[in-house]
Design a protein around this ligand. Structure first.
Ligand code: ASP
Length: 439
């Protein structure tokens, strides 16, 4: 049994948090490969070290005063080292980083130093060897991530080791230039390490006990999701449920390695298990609800549209021309509507509308703005009769006008469109009928 464990920024923000992390690792001997983030926020008013590093680098590389921010960064690390009473001095590393900042080593190099230094501290504290991610996470000269080369390098380097700390978030190009993943990318590193080692589970330790059925800012004290499939998760994260970096799913999914989201501040909670397939039944008909505001739909009507070959393509080409991705496209016999993000559409609105006029000569084009989309997701929905009728009855009872319905062909989700102002009420109504009523 071998586990790869990744700890997020808030789990490693202070000496106190480091102690919790060590207790978690030493309690289970199979937790032997550790991927740390940079120190995150100690409280809601704090600043993440990664953000301090970006700020500091921007100032240093443009000749502005940076010393105060640099001192702040040093203090964050020294406070951890002192709090843990480690026999470790990072002055040499700090000097080198300062010099590289002044020599314009790049913003990504700057940002990566948070994980790099935190990795050195954690390795020292745990007594594990440190493996620099620059040697094992590979990008090509253009900055494209090389997944197979990374997998080979990681396997070659780590398979002979019993334990290691590998900092998250960054890797390097062939010439050694540091390259980072997008923000939150330590999740991706953890997933890559788990894949390369064929780990039994990838534990992702954070400050919440996994995924919740609905957003706690909308539903009071929502239930937790015990087990979720990768596909369900993809649907929910697309709609805004964020705990895990999206790109962290693919490497482990390839190998069928489950991801377990765990809470460093509540290690006894089992958290959420993300798996490829499961026979575990969901406790409710649905697994989760998520949604986003700020969509608009372009409704196009034309008599005999169904008989006109190429109609849909011509319409979509106009959106493509202006680089506007479409999110959904429900259609009727003589009508189709294209859902887009309002902010992506606004700028080219008139050009798109006249483009549609020219391309397909519709009878009628209408624009509906300020819409929200809500996804009701669940592998259990397929097997349950009456899910849709319960859903729409609940919305009708809550006085909510449904503007769009789209049931995915996998029957894994039902997406509904409502007005922005009905968004929160709709989510509460759905939660009540499928979770509260089923408790
Ligand atoms: N420290 C980086 C960030 O703040 C990466 C991570 O924490 O995963 O985005």
């Amino acid at each position: 049994m071998r586990k790869v464990v990744k700890f997020g920024g808030s789990s490693l923000a202070s000496a106190k948090q480091f102690r919790k992390v060590k207790a978690i690792i030493t309690e289970d001997k199979t937790r032997c490969f550790v991927v740390p983030s940079a120190p995150g926020k100690r409280d809601s008013k704090d600043t993440k070290v990664t953000d301090l590093l970006y700020q500091c680098y921007d100032a240093a590389s443009t000749g502005q005063s940076y010393k105060r921010t640099f001192e702040q960064i040093k203090e964050r690390f020294n406070e951890i080292i002192d709090g843990l009473k480690l026999d470790l001095n990072l002055d040499f590393e700090f000097d080198k980083i300062e010099e590289n900042f002044l020599n314009k080593a790049g913003r990504e190099y700057a940002a990566s130093r948070g994980e790099y230094l935190n990795g050195i501290i954690l390795a020292n504290y745990l007594g594990f060897p440190f493996v620099d991610a620059a040697d094992v996470i590979c990008f090509d000269e253009n900055g494209q991530f090389l997944s197979e080369k990374t997998n080979e390098e990681l396997a070659a380097q780590l398979s002979t080791m019993k334990q290691a700390v590998i900092p998250g978030f960054y890797g390097a190009k062939p010439d050694g230039t540091i390259k980072t993943f997008s923000r939150g990318g330590s999740d991706v590193t953890g997933s890559l390490v788990a894949r390369a080692l064929s780990a039994d589970v990838y534990e992702n330790w954070t400050d919440v006990s996994g995924f919740l059925v609905a957003d706690p800012r909308i539903v009071e004290n929502p239930a937790q999701i015990g087990t979720i499939t990768y596909r369900e998760l993809r649907e929910l994260s697309y709609m805004g449920a964020s705990v895990l970096h999206e790109d962290a799913i693919f490497p482990v999914r390839k190998e069928g390695i489950p991801i377990n989201i765990r809470n460093t501040n509540c290690p006894e909670d089992p958290g959420t298990l993300i798996v490829a397939n499961t026979s575990r039944k969901t406790p409710y008909t649905i697994t989760g609800i998520a949604g986003k505001k700020g969509f608009c739909s372009v409704i196009i009507e034309k008599a005999m549209m169904n008989a006109e070959v190429g109609f849909g393509r011509k319409v979509l080409e106009i959106f493509e021309k202006y680089n506007i991705p479409f999110e959904h496209m429900p259609s009727g016999i003589d009508s189709m509507s294209v859902f887009v993000h309002q902010d992506e559409f606004e700028e080219n609105e008139q050009a798109v509308l006249s483009g549609i006029q020219r391309a397909v000569q519709p009878d009628f084009v209408e624009l509906e703005t300020d819409l929200a989309l809500i996804a009701v997701v669940g592998r259990g929905m397929k097997a349950n009769r009456g899910t849709a009728s319960r859903l729409f009855a609940a919305l009708a009872l809550a006085n909510i006008n449904v503007r769009m319905i789209d049931q995915g062909s996998s029957e894994l989700n039902i997406i509904i469109g409502v007005h922005n102002e009905d968004f929160a009420n709709a989510i509460r109504a759905i939660y009540d009928v499928f979770v509260k009523a089923e408790l």
